[in-house]
Design a protein around this ligand. Sequence first.
Ligand SMILES: Cc1ncc(COP(=O)(O)O)c(C=O)c1O
Length: 405
Amino acid sequence: VKRSETNLRIPGPTSLPPTVREAGARQMINHRGPEFAAMLARITSRVQPFFRTSNEILILTCSGTGGLEAAVVNTLSPGDPVLVVSIGSFGDRLAKIASAYGANVTKLDIEWGRAAEPDDLRRALAGNPGYKAVLLTHNETSTAVENPIAGLAPVIRELAPDALIIVDGVSGLGAVPFDMDGWGLDVVITGSQKSWMVAPGLAMIALSPRAWEASRTATMPRFYFDLAQAREFAAKGQTPWTPALAVLFQLDAAMALIEAEGYDSIIARHRAVAAATRAGLVALGFRLYADQRYASTTVTAAWIPDGLDWKSFNKALLERNLVLAGGQGKVAGQVLRVGHLGDVSLQDIRDAMDVLEEALVQFGREVTPGAGSAAADRASRETLAREPGTGVAKPETATATAVRG
Ligand SMILES: Cc1ncc(COP(=O)(O)O)c(C=O)c1O
């Protein structure tokens, strides 16, 4: 069956709810006027609970990588010893950025598919208390693994007390519980095109007082990403440079949906669709790629079954309007990834499972009819039973339901 609407199941950019799409078509406004200042304040106050921080949140016009670069160049100086914990290709990117600006990078490479565990970090930090920063990925999109930041941060504080903890939260924030202040993190970054249901083009970043202090003496070159400037302008309800207004309009609309759906419902919905995706894939005979103790809540990776060619299989999926992501880096052609973040419902996952089933059958694989979507259903129901009062409709539908009571 060819579905009429594309089921965009990649881990960002994610699909946009109708009101978010419409918001992007609005007429421009003066970005140095009161309407803009009010919008900026509205957005950041609604984003704050997802960082769980009292630090101010700055919005930068750039993709997530720009936010990562801003984190590095504002807090570090060339020659600074830093530890980069990499569990996949986005961890590798953090190391590349820090190296590009002259940091003295030591890399802790964890086998792909695994999370960094407190003992891994303990070994890397033992006898090396002098790191200026430890950089880690929260949700590693390439391997579909979520690092246990809550367990890692205390190890850093204990063994490298002066190190800033810089966390790439690009693909996890907004979908899973996060606690910047409680975990003692110094810099956290996220990107608009992930859980926030907004087009690419904005990064959001928060710095702790320690990180702001470090920025005073940090000497890495910076201009566009000078966060001291961003902060000064934010105090006036502005950004230093012309912001991507259309994307900010979208973010404003998305945050209204997010607020209406409610924090707990959003977290529960993501847990439910993640459980549904994993169960569905397993029921269809896929072997999951990641260490399931640390399975990501926003993306799932599975091995492509032996003898199945990813390119031709993917073509069969695309013909049915299902868009998945392939493997990145060294697992290209070996794994597929299903994104389940942002504007995603259980129905989207069920549809994806039905398409995967059809394609598997087309390629001569034996599958119990309906097994994938049935397992997805069951897993979602079981997950939600543990989180009463929540649902798995799309945000706009959920909002409408909430409004109707
Ligand atoms: C964990 C993580 N970090 C960083 C990035 C980079 O973000 P962008 O592609 O927006 O520059 C991504 C995007 O996929 C990501 O998933």
